[in-house]
Design a protein around this ligand. Structure first.
Ligand SMILES: Cc1cc2nc3c(=O)[nH]c(=O)nc-3n(C[C@H](O)[C@H](O)[C@H](O)COP(=O)(O)OP(=O)(O)OC[C@H]3O[C@@H](n4cnc5c(N)ncnc54)[C@H](O)[C@@H]3O)c2cc1C
Length: 322
């Protein structure tokens, strides 16, 4: 069976959800082989086996300060040349996109970015992209070299393999040096934890817009997100008004999310906002204007003042949680 190389990220041995999604897709295309940075512990290897990984390639970083996307791209290029995989799957996002771009250049191969689905085709994997602000789905296939595909988080539901396997583990030392012009990591520090999931990976996103009315009003959005165990997002209007940090902005010039549930409070649904959330599985909108464009794409809508609707919703959720 053909190998599918998957770049796997983990937190202390716990596979990150987007990587589990890639492994789920990979099993539909062939036999997944995981490429991980650093020494994989036993727990990580076992977890990879439960997700059908037959080989774990552990990249030995050439030096601790080496810029990770460059190291990952070099390692994937060496492995792709050696194993001739049917595809290389990488999670979409700033780092994944950089790895994929570097890899495709190195392999002189075609690349598809931000796929929302990948299926096996007669002539190789077929990747689906959501384009033009989520109004069209396009299916594409790489026609030259090893297909390099980045996949949007939440594109599929992660599932373990039908039967676990015991992966072989191979240490990979780069044969090519990291180019001298590559950036070096001079310092890093963990972001202050919010206790909420990452916005682009969350299965539930609660987003607030100008209709929230104030920074204090935005606390309602945060309370609802916490009640649902979700991430907090925002429209550009809300971030421009400094009611919440810019890193929470969703849309054309912000982040792209595709959660199972997207709850928009006081967001009109401008095309630039929709570009970043239209791929969400279920969209719920709360807006006092029944003509707000967000209702055109919402699966469920509440016409009303969010200052009345959201507290009632939070109370109801709390009641049901007991
Ligand atoms: C080049 C470019 C890029 C852009 N990129 C982005 C982007 O990435 N992301 C983004 O979001 N925008 C982006 N924008 C801005 C975008 O065009 C809109 O201006 C923005 O999305 C509007 O945000 P909003 O829906 O929060 O505000 P508004 O459009 O002002 O909508 C507020 C909504 O809240 C409702 N409302 C008011 N009070 C209440 C209440 N008490 N209860 C319930 N509902 C209430 C109103 O009826 C209204 O529908 C971009 C614009 C440009 C030109």
């Amino acid at each position: 069976m053909s190998t599918v190389l998957v770049l796997v990220h983990h937190d202390d041995g716990v596979i990150r959800k987007p990587s589990l999604e890639l492994l789920t897709l990979a099993r539909r295309l062939g036999e997944p082989a995981a490429v991980v940075h650093g020494d994989p512990g036993g727990a990580l290897i076992d977890a990879l086996g439960r997700h059908g990984v037959t080989t774990v390639y552990a990249i030995a970083p050439p030096e601790p300060a080496a810029y990770r996307p460059v190291v990952e791209a070099l390692a994937l290029a060496e492995l792709a040349t050696r194993t001739a995989p049917v595809a290389v799957l990488i999670s979409a996002g700033p780092s994944g996109t950089e790895v994929a771009a570097r890899l495709a250049v190195k392999l002189d191969a075609g690349i598809v970015t931000d796929a929302v689905q990948v299926t096996a085709g007669a002539d190789g994997p077929v990747a689906t992209q959501s384009v033009f602000a989520g109004t069209w789905l396009v299916e594409g296939r790489v026609r030259r070299g090893t297909p390099v595909i980045t996949v949007r988080p939440n594109a599929v539901t992660p599932e373990p393999a039908a039967a676990p396997v015991t992966p072989a583990v191979e240490q990979v030392a780069l044969t090519e040096p990291v180019p001298a012009a590559t950036p070096r990591v001079v310092a890093s520090r963990a972001k202050a934890a919010t206790g909420r999931p990452d916005l682009t990976e969350a299965t539930v996103v609660v987003a607030g817009g100008r209709g929230v009315g104030s920074a204090e009003g935005f606390a309602l959005i945060e309370r609802l997100a916490d009640a649902l165990g979700g991430a907090v997002g925002a429209s550009r209007a809300a971030t421009d008004l400094t009611w919440c940090p810019h890193e929470l902005q969703i849309g054309q010039t912000g982040k792209t999310v595709a959660p199972q549930l997207y709850l928009a409070g006081g967001i009109s649904g401008a095309i630039q906002h929709r570009a970043g959330m239209q791929g969400s599985r279920t969209i719920v909108a709360i807006n006092k204007d029944p003509k707000a464009p967000i209702f055109q794409i919402a699966d469920f809508g509440v016409v009303g003042d969010l200052h009345a609707v959201l507290p009632a919703l939070i109370d109801e959720i709390d009641k049901r949680k007991g």
